[in-house]
Design a protein around this ligand. Structure first.
Ligand code: F6P
Length: 350
């Protein structure tokens, strides 16, 4: 009986449990595998934290947010983690794992690729609310985050209108403006600012003033956390940070640009402005039906590849089809918002 491991790495997102359920369910019932959850991402494989996942352990998890096996941003190839890749190879042997299914975002996929080059049997599944993994039309987690942000924008609309205010809504997404663009279109934002497009504060203020002249005395501005902006009394544009301390993968902690932007808009328009930062609410709670189904399809496709002995792959959504792609073709870059989407959003600006 072959033993198969499964791990979730990086930031969590809704749909992880639906995906774990699919991998484990098909692995046990169809292929007679023994399935193991590797706890807390790569850290679990470095420190040997693993537990068996039987059919009972995945019962009832389909609608649950988060991940039942935990996650972390551990990078075994990080500069302070000497010897970790070797420890992973040792633990693969020690626990007699034939293959691992890795569910993660761009950082996790980069590690998966390196380990796959070192001979580990790996099949990957893309996940992230940011939707920034190349090669797949969508990652699961994104649809849920967009729905949460859209609902927030709808709610903010009514209070903005009552008070004649400009309301800035800050969403996540790191260096990609997918959440801002989709939630902004769905929620009817009057301006959407994303990292892919340079920000001109004077132009933003003009759009809002134009709108007020038309008699619309409130405005909604959606801003992505990764937008660079001129900080007080400065001309250069910078990220607004919660912390400049880098994580294992070299990421700084973004957050707060909305508050700075609201002040600049108030100064530039004279209209009272406020900011709401949606933060981790976008990653929490139950996944949408779309994300449950996508995660389930990815999970089934991944364990089928394991069964067929096809490794070094990531399963992706292309049109309406799930297909495998070489891991090497999706790593080291991000998928960002293109003009097709932003041009649609711009029709409704101002
Ligand atoms: O990659 C997902 C994401 O939610 C980003 O949108 C965000 O910048 C980051 O993770 C936040 O990370 P953390 O959970 O470590 O604060």
């Amino acid at each position: 009986m072959k033993k198969i491991g499964i791990l979730t790495g990086g930031g969590d997102c809704p749909g992880l449990n639906a995906t774990i359920r699919a991998v484990v369910r098909k692995g046990i019932t169809k292929y007679d595998y023994e399935m193991y959850g590797i706890l807390e991402g790569w850290r679990g494989l470095i420190d040997g934290m693993i537990r068996e996942l039987d059919i009972d352990s995945i019962s009832g998890i389909l609608p649950r947010g988060g991940t039942i096996i935990g996650t972390s941003r551990t990078n075994p190839f990080g500069k302070d983690n000497k010897g970790d890749p070797e420890r992973i190879l040792e633990n693969m042997k020690k626990f007699d794992l034939y293959a691992i299914v890795v569910i993660g975002g761009d950082d996790t996929q980069g590690v998966a690729h390196k380990l796959s080059e070192m001979g580990v049997n790996i099949v990957s599944i893309p996940k992230t609310i940011d939707n920034d993994i190349p090669g797949t039309d969508f990652t699961f987690g994104f649809d849920t985050a967009v729905n949460i942000a859209t609902e927030a924008i709808d709610r903010i609309h009514t209070t903005a209108e009552s008070h004649n205010r400009v309301m800035v809504v800050e969403v996540m997404g790191r260096n990609a403006g997918w959440i801002a663009t989709f939630a902004g279109i769905a929620g009817g934002a009057d301006v959407i600012l994303i990292p892919e497009k340079p920000v001109d504060i004077a132009e933003v203020c003009e759009l809002i003033k134009k709108r007020h002249k038309r008699g619309r005395r409130f405005s909604i501005v959606v801003v992505s956390e990764g937008v660079k902006i001129p900080l007080e009394d400065e001309v250069d544009k910078k990220f607004v940070l919660q912390s400049a301390k880098k994580d294992d993968f070299g990421h700084i902690m973004l957050g707060g640009v909305g508050t700075v932007l609201a002040k600049l808009i108030e100064k530039g328009t004279g209209f009272e402005s406020r900011c709401t930062v949606l933060g981790h609410t976008q990653r929490g709670g139950t996944p949408t039906a779309f994300d449950r189904v996508l995660g389930t399809r990815f999970g089934i496709a991944a364990i089928e590849l394991v069964y067929r002995g096809i490794f070094g792959k990531i399963v992706v959504l292309s049109g309406n089809e799930i297909m495998p792609k070489d891991l090497k073709d999706v790593i080291g870059r991000n998928k960002t918002v293109d003009d097709y989407w932003y041009d649609i959003a711009k029709v409704f600006f101002g």
